[in-house]
Design a binder for this molecule. Structure first.
Ligand code: PMP
Length: 326
């Protein structure tokens, strides 16, 4: 299963084919499986889109070798793009709202990229505009723009989803995944709904986030600590298609924090907050299936563990809830 049973010639060839592991704290009859994306070389799910999108942009001539990719990113996408860009003769520049983890920004720089910080209070919309302005000023530069690029969804439809399908011999009843751009959830939803239209599709967001506005609900926007999922600005997201989604699960930071510690102590997973929120939500869905409240074509529930807690140790993820959120 691992792409690394044989020697390979570039780190880009080690992206994907990550393990799918059963979560023990789930009902016996309705197993939850999590895909461990920290096994990628840049240690997150975003290596997949870095490689896939840049290769497609080069194939299509959107960028020439020696060109520059400029991306507004909270961090993991920057690392993923920086890993791939370095091996594809491309430069990388990232526009990062400053509230995001310093570890991620250090890694982007170590991989050879330039990082430009924008004020956190201006939000992701501002970072996106800055990235486009910079690209206009340079020759041979392009903005992949993960929040609106259909190649983001395609990456997961073409790589992540078939890996899960193979590992579970097609027996997937529900997919329960946190949305940042929504690329992962949408790619998996497209793939599995085409094969089995009754697959139950659930988006996950932290409490305080506004994804439920896509369903026409009114949401009280509040700050949350969980990193990598949720939004305060549904306008900047062109990928999330509410028609593919059966429900949105909202997970409070406090439950996410408890689950992060439990996953490490009981199951050996050094995973970060979005993984823990995904796990809480996936278990809730599995319990509903177990009680007969949801009709699904197969029992297995699939979720993602997008990255590792090591990237957030300076933010106190394993300290008390108060310390983490202060
Ligand atoms: N978790 C983490 C840690 C992330 O960085 C991201 C991407 N922002 C996600 C989850 C969500 O992935 P997606 O953008 O595909 O919805």
């Amino acid at each position: 299963m691992s792409p690394c049973r044989e020697p390979v010639s570039s780190v880009n060839e080690t992206i994907g084919e990550t393990p799918l592991v059963r979560v023990h704290a789930s009902p016996d009859s309705v197993p939850v499986y999590a895909k461990l994306e920290s096994f990628n070389p840049g240690a997150s799910v975003k290596d997949r889109i870095g490689k896939y999108i840049l290769e497609r942009m080069l194939d299509r001539g959107d960028l020439e070798p020696g060109g520059t990719v400029i991306e507004p990113t909270a961090g993991n996408t920057g690392i993923g793009i920086a890993v791939a860009a370095g091996q594809l003769d491309l430069q990388a520049v990232f526009v990062v709202p400053e509230r995001f983890s310093v570890e991620k920004q250090q890694l982007m720089r170590a991989l050879g990229a330039d990082v430009i910080n924008t004020p956190s209070e201006e939000g992701m919309g501002y970072a996106i505009d800055r990235a486009h302005e910079l690209a206009d000023e340079l020759d041979n530069a392009a903005v992949p723009q993960q929040f609106s690029n259909p190649l983001n969804v395609e990456t997961h439809r073409e790589t992540t989803a078939p890996e899960i399908d193979d590992a579970l011999s097609g027996e997937v009843g529900a997919i329960v995944i946190g949305c940042g751009t929504g690329g992962t959830l949408m790619g998996l939803a497209e793939y599995f709904l085409e094969r089995e239209p009754d697959t139950h599709v659930v988006a996950v967001e932290p409490e305080g986030s506004a994804y439920r506005e896509f369903l026409g609900e009114e949401v009280e926007h509040e700050a949350y600590k969980t990193e990598g999922i949720g939004t305060h600005d549904v306008e900047t997201n062109d990928l999330f298609d509410p028609d593919l989604v059966d429900a949105i699960e909202t997970v409070p930071d406090r439950e996410t924090h408890e689950e992060m510690s439990r996953l490490a102590a009981e199951e050996g997973h050094i995973v970060a907050s979005s993984s823990a929120a995904n796990c809480v939500a996936a278990r809730t869905v599995a319990e509903r299936i177990d009680r007969g409240e949801l009709d699904v074509p197969h029992d297995a529930v699939v979720t993602m563990f997008p990255d590792s807690a090591e990237r957030y140790l300076s933010k106190g993820v394993y300290r008390s809830f108060e310390e983490w959120t202060s």
